[in-house]
Design a protein around this ligand. Structure first.
Ligand SMILES: [Zn+2]
Length: 274
């Protein structure tokens, strides 16, 4: 599984939380039973920042600006992946191309794309054919995405209650939403993962402030820590494969994949067995 943080450079909670997660896993390995089990059973890749250039020009205390959101070429990286409906994104930025190669280099099964400025877990699809906000577009694996999204939200003390950010009227029951229902995102990373590989990715808005003051970071870590661990624990190691089929498991879920091309598999279906 993998975590990708800070693709919007001014959304730093994911970036800092990933550094703390790495530290927490390393320091507690061999001491804490849960951490030891997680590290021994799961291959975890962590990218604390996908957009270091944006981060460099962003500023502490930023609640909701877009300064530092795009990369140095002023491109929003979460609009830069090939889209399943539209052809605008034919040219990828170096950051996007590198992540696309990474996605296809390893058979990741689960991923989280970490953002900030809201408090909700968002699952595919992120856009709809109408290019309009507020219109649901659910995947054939909707129930599985909901379970994965709830796994994260249910362990977050505020997100699970659908807590609203103080400057927002948005309310998300149980702290989750379909991406297209919230607002339309073309060329997003989570849809690309889902449609072009065997990886199920969700997008996590980890807190209401995009770039909180450093003094507040310990609380963001405490709020998200159990969610991060529970999310990793959704990956089960049972895997079966032959020349044309590949199966893997989440907790109580079997995912069937079909062979696509050289080392690439696509999700065919998911089955929830309890
Ligand atoms: Zn973002």
């Amino acid at each position: 599984m993998k975590f990708v943080a800070n693709m919007h450079g001014n959304e730093v909670v994911g970036r800092e939380t990933m550094i703390l997660l790495i530290q927490y896993l390393c320091q507690n390995y061999g001491l804490d039973e849960r951490v030891t089990r997680i590290v021994k059973s799961t291959r975890i890749h962590i990218m604390p920042s996908m957009n270091p250039d944006g981060y460099e020009i962003s500023h502490e205390g930023d609640n909701q600006s877009i300064v530092g959101r795009p990369n140095a070429n002023n491109v929003d990286l979460n609009r830069n992946f090939p889209d399943h409906y539209f052809q605008e994104n034919q040219v990828q930025e170096v950051e996007t191309a590198a992540v696309m190669n990474w996605i296809h280099q390893y058979p990741f099964v689960l991923s989280a794309n970490l953002h900030g400025g809201a408090l909700v877990v968002n699952y595919p699809f992120d856009d709809n054919i109408n290019k309009k906000d507020g219109i649901a577009n659910l995947t054939p694996d909707h129930k599985t995405f909901v379970l994965l999204a709830k796994a994260y939200a249910s362990a977050h003390p505020l997100m699970k209650k659908g807590t609203q950010c103080s400057d927002s009227s948005e309310y998300f029951p149980e702290g989750i939403t379909n991406g297209a229902v919230w607002y339309n995102v073309e060329g997003g990373m989570q849809d690309y993962n889902y449609l072009s590989s065997n990886c199920m990715e969700i997008t996590i808005e980890m807190g209401c402030q995009k770039f909180p003051y450093a003094s507040r970071l310990p609380q963001f870590w405490l709020d998200n820590k159990d969610s991060l661990l529970l999310f990793i624990e959704q990956v089960y190691s049972d895997i079966y494969y032959d020349l044309v089929n590949f199966f893997y498991c989440f907790k109580n879920i079997i995912v069937a994949c079909k062979f696509y091309s050289n080392l690439r598999w696509l999700i065919r279906s998911t089955h929830i067995y309890v």
